[in-house]
Design a protein around this ligand. Structure first.
Ligand code: NAD
Ligand code: TDX
Length: 333
């Protein structure tokens, strides 16, 4: 394997993956990204031009995708509309990118017999009660709640069908909530950090009791690389780092790490259909492929992430005003 095609590689997790691949392998990467509101050319800055190229285009553009897939030894498919709140106000691009985009890649992978790894989310499984002793596993039934998670669930099922019916060489992974550098300021952690850097307040949906299972994006990247190189075709691997925390705990920790009173946040209008809790059991990935996360201390990873936003205002500032304007329209302020 020499050449990867990485879709969505100018987004949050995709760009972290490209940085990870460059640092830890000899592989070359072509990024396919339409540079929508969540994609940033700057997220690939500093990477060696000889090893990383960017093609600006759409994953649902069959002709372009066919050409790029034909040139790749493997495809890693991150491109998606990724934000639940956006999917509640306008689901349409979620259907086009997440479903039609994945279909388009699968058809190209089928034509050219190129291996494909599909990136997905734990949200396809719906949510858990706070006191449920079980966590999501590879055999948990699908039960998505939002238009975002429904389109991700649909894309997973397309991949599984293309493996079974057409022999496409694909693997899947479903990961929990990522944090780290280069995450769009619409997402929970960067929104709070940049609000506070601007002298504003942290914003907690509802009572803040919802639980997310946090993993550093670099640990997600090492898991994906492991699966691309050693995962079994047709298999799904759950990716998580035992990082369950309530949103309120996370906000309080951010405030404390930034030297502010831990109660300096507002409760704002809750998200419609808000999933209560996600939790991943990543035993299969750990035992079968020997993967372990590096960022086991959430507080340390969060502090480093806060520092990244403090030091990289030029990266996030252009997104901030439009994002908060959208949140004002949605009432989450
Ligand atoms: P993101 O929104 O930061 O990045 C998505 C990238 O895809 C952007 O660069 C965007 O420009 C690109 N893109 C979107 N539509 C496209 C299209 N039609 N054609 C080409 N490029 C397109 O999202 P992210 O958080 O980095 O998520 C990446 C993937 O990981 C998604 O598939 C998401 O479902 C999955 N995932 C995310 C998380 C998380 O916590 N963020 C957790 C589990 C899984
Ligand atoms: O301002 C906020 N206040 C708040 O309390 C925002 C933006 C969010 N929240 C809450 C909602 C969620 O319970 O924080 C939690 C995390 O919210 P998001 O960052 O929007 O993430 P989530 O909806 O959990 O989905 C994320 O993880 C799974 C990613 O956005 C998805 O792409 C991924 O599939």
């Amino acid at each position: 394997m020499r050449q990867l095609l990485v879709t969505g590689g100018a987004g949050f997790i995709g760009s972290n993956f490209v940085h990870h691949v460059v640092a830890h392998t000899d592989l070359s990467v072509t990024v396919l990204d339409h540079l929508g509101y969540a994609g940033h050319r700057e997220s690939l800055a500093g990477l060696p031009e000889a090893r990383v190229g960017l093609v600006v285009g759409d994953v649902a553009d069959a002709e372009l995708v066919d050409r790029l897939v034909a040139q790749a030894d493997a495809v890693v498919h991150f491109a998606a509309e990724s934000h639940n709140d956006n999917s509640l106000s306008d689901p349409s691009p979620f259907v086009t990118t997440n479903l039609v985009g994945t279909f388009t890649l699968l058809e190209a992978a089928r034509r050219h017999d190129v291996r494909l790894h599909h990136i997905s989310t734990d949200e396809v499984y719906g949510d858990l009660e706070l006191d449920d002793p079980e966590r999501f596993t590879e055999s948990t039934p699908y039960n998505p709640s939002s238009p975002y998670s429904a389109t991700k669930a649909g894309s997973d099922l397309l991949v599984r069908a293309w493996v079974r019916s057409f022999g496409v060489r694909a693997t899947l992974s479903n990961c929990s909530n990522n944090y780290g550098p280069r995450q769009h300021v619409e997402k929970f952690i960067p929104r709070q950090v940049t609000n506070l850097l601007d002298g504003g307040r942290a914003k907690l949906y509802g009572r803040g009791l919802n639980v997310r299972d946090w993993i550093h994006a670099d640990d997600h990247s090492s898991a994906v690389l492991e699966i691309v190189q050693h995962g079994r075709i047709g298999e799904t691997y759950l990716v998580g780092a035992d990082g369950e925390r309530s949103n309120r705990e996370v906000v309080e920790l951010i405030l404390t790490l930034m030297g502010l009173p831990s109660d300096a946040y507002d409760h704002v209008t809750d998200r419609a259909g808000h999933d209560l809790r996600y939790a991943i059991d990543s035993t299969k990935l750990r035992t079968e492929l020997g993967w372990t996360p590096r960022y086991t201390d959430f507080e340390q990873g969060l502090a480093a992430t806060i520092d990244w936003y403090r030091e990289n205002e030029a990266w996030w500032r252009p997104q901030k005003e439009a994002t908060e304007a959208r949140y004002r329209e949605l009432g989450h302020v």
